[in-house]
Design a protein around this ligand. Structure first.
Ligand SMILES: Nc1ncnc2c1ncn2[C@@H]1O[C@H](COP(=O)(O)OP(=O)(O)OP(=O)(O)O)[C@@H](O)[C@H]1O
Length: 473
């Protein structure tokens, strides 16, 4: 006699997956823990790394973790199956929290060793392992696969970030509110006949690691920016504008040549120190699944509860009216983490579907409104005295012309003597104020100077400028 159908029937009846249901998490601490954990995703990489936010986020994570205490914080299916004995649930908790804490500590001690991508992968691995332990009592045959996963998980812990951190603290010059930047290549070569060293100056080149293209993303680039200058980089798509910003903020190291900050090679400085004096606004920046006030306040973690400063930052970005329109104002969470789930068996059930849709209701804002909200975080960062360097990369693609003009003007005014580099295609009302314009083509800087100098030169910049100017005549 075969007992298998009986065993399967019994398992099926006891399992939540055989039932029609809709679920939603409602515990605030749990929701916050989920939101903070989701910030380890690749989507938020630019912002979390650029804003030096890992310390703040890990601290907040620890707080909610402590607040949750022994309240079971697993998924509802997981809790349904949770065995009554303590040991498996202990394993389950260890798999859930252990890796995050381990990596968190590692990240705090040495930020350059842990990338946000690694954090995200580890979080996924941890969740999978947690499920494995829950399922283990039913599906023993999955063990070999999951043990292989466990091996991969520990291999991930051994991954070292290729970027080597410097050990020199960055201390800004006392007499300047900005930092100076120089991009150049130089090496000392021993002369065969007179045995003395001589200097070769060449320019910076760069290719993305693993890039399939033969062409360098940057080729023979060399320029120098004085502390406190406003620099605008212009040029066609793919000419290398954003790549320059990535080298100046040390997301990548040059293939040849050096970036100097205040006269020292960028590699010598501690990366976290450089990030702590930099404010950025790029197209990659996005809203976090947190309240509006925290979304803005996190730009300056030490002032995250300072509502006056947060309102001031929102005003500078032209976002205060957008926020006023939300019923919950600054407490609104625009893009919350997904907390509701409709079971597979319940999908044909209209009542459950309606319930589910109510739970998953999100607030929609236009692309331009979203850009203003995201820009508020950068203004919050710029309100901090510590910031010496501001980079802005195409922040206004969804703004109307009036909104764009206003944003550029506010960014210029909030600069207050800091070094600022602006990358934009719509530069007509910005370049007149620039101390230096770099005009790029095919990965090289082909023209360099002020607006008037480049107009007089009648080259590529003059051509691009006239195309934009003609649109308004
Ligand atoms: N992550 C990457 N990996 C490989 N190649 C890249 C990567 N990012 C950019 N590139 C390549 O490097 C070159 C320069 O790109 P970059 O983004 O700096 O140009 P850009 O002038 O900022 O362009 P756009 O105006 O379209 O934003 C392009 O050929 C691009 O395809």
């Amino acid at each position: 006699m075969c007992f298998l159908p009986l065993i399967l029937d019994n398992m099926w009846d006891n399992e939540l997956w055989s039932k029609a249901y809709v679920k939603q998490a409602v515990n605030d601490d749990y929701l916050r823990q989920e939101a903070l954990t989701s910030l380890a995703k690749h989507t938020y990489k630019a912002e979390v790394m650029g804003g030096n936010l890992s310390g703040y986020l890990l601290n907040e994570y620890q707080k909610v973790h402590d607040a949750l205490g022994h309240i079971p914080n697993g998924d509802v299916e997981d809790l349904w199956r949770r065995p009554t004995t303590a040991l498996p649930s202990m394993f389950s908790n260890l798999c859930n929290d252990g890796p995050m804490l381990y990596i968190g500590l590692l990240a705090l001690m040495n930020p350059s060793q842990v990338s946000v991508v690694q954090l995200a992968m580890l979080e996924q691995a941890a969740t999978r392992l947690r499920y494995t332990f829950s399922f283990a009592k039913h599906i023993i045959s999955l063990y070999p696969t999951e043990l292989a996963g466990l091996k991969n998980f520990y291999r991930l812990l051994d991954l070292k970030n290729k970027m080597k951190d410097g050990c020199m603290p960055y201390s800004p010059a006392a007499d300047s509110s900005g930092l100076s930047l120089e991009v150049r290549y130089e090496s000392r070569v021993l002369c065969g006949c007179c045995s003395s060293y001589f200097q070769i100056d060449r320019n910076v080149s760069f290719n993305y690691p693993g890039a399939k293209s033969e062409r360098d993303a940057l080729k023979d680039v060399s320029f120098s920016i004085k502390a406190g200058q406003l620099v605008v980089i212009v040029g066609a798509n793919g000419s290398g504008k954003s790549t320059i910003l990535k080298l100046l903020t040390r997301y990548y190291d040059t293939t040849s040549g050096t970036v100097l900050i205040d006269g020292n090679p960028i590699q010598d400085y501690r990366i976290a120190d450089l990030r702590s004096v930099t404010a950025s606004l790029t197209q990659e920046h996005t809203l976090f699944p947190l309240s509006m006030s925290e979304n803005i306040g996190i730009g300056s973690p030490s002032s995250v509860t300072n509502l006056d400063k947060i309102a001031q930052a929102a005003k500078l970005a032209g976002a205060q009216d957008v926020i006023k329109n939300f019923t919950d104002g600054y407490d609104t969470v625009l893009e919350p983490v997904k907390t509701a789930h409709l079971s597979y068996t319940g999908r044909g059930n209209e009542d459950l579907k309606k319930e589910y849709e109510k739970m998953e209701k999100t607030i929609n804002v236009s692309g331009g409104e979203k850009q203003r909200l995201v820009a508020s975080r950068t203004f919050m960062r710029m309100l901090s005295e510590d910031i010496k360097f501001v980079i802005v990369d195409e922040p206004s693609s969804a703004l109307d012309p009036g909104g764009e003009y206003e944003l550029f003007k506010q960014l210029r005014e909030a600069r207050k003597g800091r070094t600022m580099i602006f990358v934009t295609h719509r530069f007509a009302h910005l370049t007149k104020f620039a101390d230096l314009i770099l005009c790029m083509k095919g990965g090289s800087v082909i023209e360099m100077g002020t607006h008037q100098e480049l107009l007089n030169h009648e080259g590529e910049y003059a051509h691009l400028y006239n195309v934009q100017a003609q649109a308004f005549t």
